[in-house]
Each structure stands twice: as structure tokens, then as C-alpha cells.
Design a protein around this ligand. Structure first.
Ligand code: HEM
Length: 196
């Protein structure tokens, strides 16, 4: 059986998106997560959630500035991978960090602002993931586009979540904030009268 180039490219994109997760699971299995494995799992899964979210947001500007249509074919896939990483990140927190004391999450949501915004970002991803299929697109019509604009506040919450939990060195979260600002600015003219 010979795979078409487009199918091969999609397969490769899936493999690339899954590699950090598989690497993380491999390191966990081999006991190579350092002195604080739970923190390492939380940080790496959080980092990759944010990276994939920004990559998903980069698709539309890439399409606009390059004129290529093919990146659009990867947007839904990247969005769903983002959601998978967000679920892994959240599960690490629920299962390993809270260690089964799940009622504690209510306390954390109220008392720790960075958890509040992280949780809101994860909640926001739920309807987007649930409607990332053709049937939902057809059913929602124009409302689908409106709903999926939620991705912008979600990305802002995700960056805020990162900034808020950093104790000293803000450089890394600020780099993500700058990337997000650039991606949002790159979309701006589209919404202006006469924009494409
Ligand atoms: C879209 C959703 C989310 C994104 C993009 C995200 C992203 C991140 C990022 C980038 C970090 C920092 C990683 C680093 O230090 O290198 C982080 C840390 C963390 N996140 Fe999230 N997160 C999300 C949702 C959540 C949720 C729902 C929870 C739990 C309710 C959560 C709990 C945590 C915790 C406990 C840390 C580690 C804080 C520390 O070490 O002090 N996150 N997250």
C-alpha cells in the first residue's frame, strides 16, 4: 500500500505532536524525571499545552501571509492535540499532585489565582474540542466561528496562568506573552473594514 503525500504529511504531524508526550511518558517510566517527578510532569505538560495552543493560533496568520491553503488542514488536528496535552496536564495535577484529595481543587480554585485561570482555560477548551467536527460545524453554522473565537481569551488566560505561577524569572512566560501578542496583532487587519 502506497500512502499519498498528504496522508504521510498528516501522519508525520500527528507523530510530531505526540512525541513530547511519549517522551515524557518514557522519562516517567524510566524514572528520569529528576528530584521532583510530579513538578517535572506538570511543567513539561503545561509547556507543551501552551506551545501547541500558540502553534494552533499561528495557522491563520501563516495562511494569510503566505497565501498557502494547506496550513488550514492542520488547525483542527493541532487544536485537538492541544486539548489532549491540557487534559494530561490537568490529570497530573488531579491525580499526582492532589493525590486523590479532589475536593481540594475547589479550595485551590478559590485561593490560588493561577489555578483559577488555568482551570478557566481548560474549561474553555472543552466546548472547542467538543465542536471540532464537521457535524458540529454544520449544526452551529455562523455560531461555530463565534464560539471558536473563545480560543483568544483562552490563550490569554493560559499565558496569565504561566506568568502568575512564576516566582522569580519572568522571562519565559513573557516570551510566550510576546508571541501571543504578535499572533493576535497579525490577525487584526482581518477584522478591519476592507480587510481580507
Ligand atoms: C489550557 C490550559 C492550561 C495551560 C496552557 C497551562 C500551562 C501551564 C504552563 C505553561 C505552566 C508552567 C510550566 C513551567 O513552569 O515550565 C503550568 C504550570 C502549572 N499548571 Fe497549568 N496550564 C493549564 C491548565 C491548568 C489547570 C486546569 C491546572 C489545574 C487545575 C493547572 C495547574 C498547574 C500547576 C499546578 C502548575 C505548576 C505550578 C508550580 O510549579 O508552581 N494548569 N501550566
Amino acid at each position: 500500500m502506497v500512502l499519498k503525500p498528504a496522508t504521510l504529511a498528516r501522519l508525520l504531524a500527528h507523530v510530531l505532536a505526540l512525541t513530547p508526550m511519549l517522551w515524557l511518558l518514557r522519562d516517567a517510566y524510566l524514572g528520569q524525571l529528576g528530584a521532583d517527578p510530579v513538578a517535572e510532569l506538570t511543567h513539561r505538560s503545561g509547556d507543551w499545552t501552551l506551545r501547541l495552543l500558540l502553534l494552533t493560533l499561528a495557522i491563520t496568520p501563516l495562511r494569510r501571509f503566505s497565501g498557502w491553503r494547506w496550513p488550514l488542514g492542520y488547525r483542527r488536528m493541532l487544536g485537538l492535540h492541544t486539548f489532549a496535552y491540557a487534559c494530561l496536564h490537568f490529570s497530573v495535577y488531579l491525580v499526582l499532585d492532589l493525590g486523590g484529595y479532589w475536593a481540594q481543587i475547589l479550595d485551590d480554585i478559590v485561593k490560588r489565582p493561577f489555578i483559577t485561570v488555568g482551570f478557566l482555560a481548560w474549561l474553555g477548551l472543552l466546548p472547542l474540542a467538543a465542536t471540532s467536527n464537521r457535524a458540529a460545524m454544520r449544526y452551529l453554522g455562523r455560531r461555530w466561528g463565534l464560539l471558536h473565537r473563545l480560543v483568544y481569551p483562552i490563550a490569554a488566560l493560559a499565558v496569565l496562568h504561566f506568568i502568575w505561577q512564576v516566582k522569580a524569572d519572568l522571562r519565559e512566560p513573557l516570551i510566550y506573552a510576546a508571541i501571543l501578542a504578535t499572533l493576535l496583532l497579525a490577525r487584526w487587519p482581518q477584522r478591519m473594514p476592507g480587510g481580507t
